[in-house]
Design a protein around this ligand. Structure first.
Ligand code: ADP
Ligand code: MG
Length: 459
């Protein structure tokens, strides 16, 4: 059996390999190994916040990896060290840097107090450039806006708010902006980070009483990009600081770019001031891909990888893998990897064989169109009534139920759903969802209808 310290090192290596350098640095590196007591490992975390976070996000894997290097270990426990000396969470006017009041640290923990800037280490994916981004109807607005910001030093819309479902290219576009600016105007200071990392920096700044540095670093940038802001929704103090940073940068006419999985109006748990401020600039949504775009992306990727794929295979993939670009890429990679391994040409048969599980999962996904069809049949109304302006109850009710089911069974946003129902507003959809929920609570018939429909849609 290896010494406990070495076990910890191995576990750390496995964690880094699994979650990547950035996540490791932000979340896992601050943990310290304390002790092993029979089957229990004790690790310490500098803050309660971090402890809770690790508990939720990483505990399973942590336990798994320990158990791999030391089969006796069954439990990993987290304790908070130095929690008592943590300063109270005051956000404003706490700009003083007071290094003398730092609690005494062993040399082991002091390495965690690195200058903040290091952890902004940009971490840009070299593949995520404008050249590698395939443009089509669903993403052309987002693409042009991103391009414009990268090329034009004048701030024309602030912020640029990019939103869309997972795997549709938000991160890709943000990295592309950063690359383009670096190349064209390297003197402009760009910071890209995930909202998660922003939050972590913020919490750490409070912890180490370095709010001044924290603010300074953000406020001296020309372009600030925060990815996946849905992450800070509901985290009040982080939102607050983000809001101040945001305002300070906008006042100085610096460019801000935000991404999220929903539009500002659909983000839940977002403070009203921040929501309206986020909507001030240009809000560009990336729609789900269409067939042409998927085919274009497949062709571009196959070309990049220098493989010749039969057109019918590409068409087949574009037809069948409709979820998002990440899965589409994954499918292509798998097909190519398989062909390389077994040394045979790629055909329709091998493609279907290799992707069987993925194809099945894509088939199971319910679309808005499916829902409209099934609901119309069930209530014996026309599918066109789902889009029509008719408001009689016999039609409005099924339409509301269909909207409700779209909200429950698909990942589409409220505005998106509204658009699919004859261009209705997202507030109409919101109202429909609420209405159906009320009816289900009071009317057994409605509950049954919804349940039958859900079952026939496989939900
Ligand atoms: P998001 O941040 O919206 O979840 P990503 O930007 O991470 O999505 O994109 C997922 C993957 O799909 C990445 O590998 C990205 O390069 C690729 N991708 C997405 N959209 C496009 C596109 N239009 N052209 C080429 N690749 C794309
Ligand atoms: Mg992303």
């Amino acid at each position: 059996m290896k010494a406990p310290n070495h076990q910890w090192t191995e576990v750390q290596n496995s964690l880094r390999a699994e979650f990547g350098d950035a996540a490791f640095k932000s979340w896992l590196a601050p943990l310290n190994f304390e002790n092993i007591d029979e089957n229990t490992v004790i690790l310490s975390s500098p803050t309660k916040f971090l402890k809770d976070w690790i508990q939720r996000q990483y505990m399973d894997r942590l336990r798994f990896f320990w158990n791999e290097v030391n089969p006796e270990v069954r439990v990993v426990e987290l304790v908070i060290k130095d929690y008592d000396t943590m300063p109270p969470v005051t956000l404003s006017n706490n700009n003083e840097i007071t290094p003398s009041s730092q609690p005494e640290k062993s040399s082991d923990t002091s390495k965690n107090i690195e200058p903040l800037i290091e952890s902004f280490d940009v971490n840009l994916d070299p593949r995520f450039t404008f050249d590698n981004f395939v443009v089509g109807r669903p993403n052309e607005l987002a693409f042009s806006a991103a391009k414009r910001i990268a090329e034009d030093e004048t701030v024309r819309f602030n912020p640029l708010f990019l939103y869309g479902g997972v795997g549709l290219g938000k991160t890709h576009l943000m990295h592309a902006i950063a690359w383009a600016i670096r190349e064209k105007t390297p003197e402009r200071k760009v910071i890209y980070l995930s909202a998660e990392a922003f939050m972590f920096q913020f919490i750490r700044a409070i912890r180490h009483k370095s709010m001044m540095d924290f603010k300074e670093q953000f406020r001296s940038v020309d372009v600030l990009m925060i990815d996946d802001v849905q992450f800070i929704c509901g985290k009040d103090s982080t939102q607050e600081e983000f809001f101040h940073t945001f305002n300070a940068l906008v006042d100085q006419n610096r460019q801000i770019i935000i991404s999220a999985d929903k539009s500002p109006s659909d983000l839940e748990g977002l403070e009203e001031r921040l929501r309206s401020r986020l909507g001030w600039g240009l809000v560009a949504d990336i729609h789900p891909t269409n067939y042409e775009l998927r085919l274009g992306i497949l062709q571009a990727k196959a070309e990049q990888k220098n493989v010749d794929l039969p057109l019918n295979v590409l068409e087949f993939l574009a037809h069948r893998i409709t979820s998002n670009v990440r899965e589409l890429e994954g499918a292509l990679t798998r097909v190519i990897a398989h062909a390389t391994l077994v040394g045979r040409a790629i055909t329709m048969e091998t493609t279907q064989e290799v992707l069987r599980d993925l194809l099945r999962a894509n088939d199971r996904r319910v679309t808005v169109e499916d829902i409209q069809k099934v609901v119309a049949q069930h209530f014996n109304v026309k599918i066109s009534d789902m889009h029509s302006a008719r408001r009689s109850r016999s039609i409005a009710r099924p339409r509301q139920i269909a909207m409700y089911l779209c909200k429950q069974l698909t990942a589409r946003s409220l505005p998106d759903i509204g658009r699919s129902f004859g261009g209705r507003d997202h507030t109409t959809v919101m109202h429909a969802v609420k209405k159906v929920q009320e009816l289900m609570a009071s009317d057994q018939n409605v509950t049954e209808d919804v349940e039958i429909l859900q079952r026939s849609l496989g939900g």
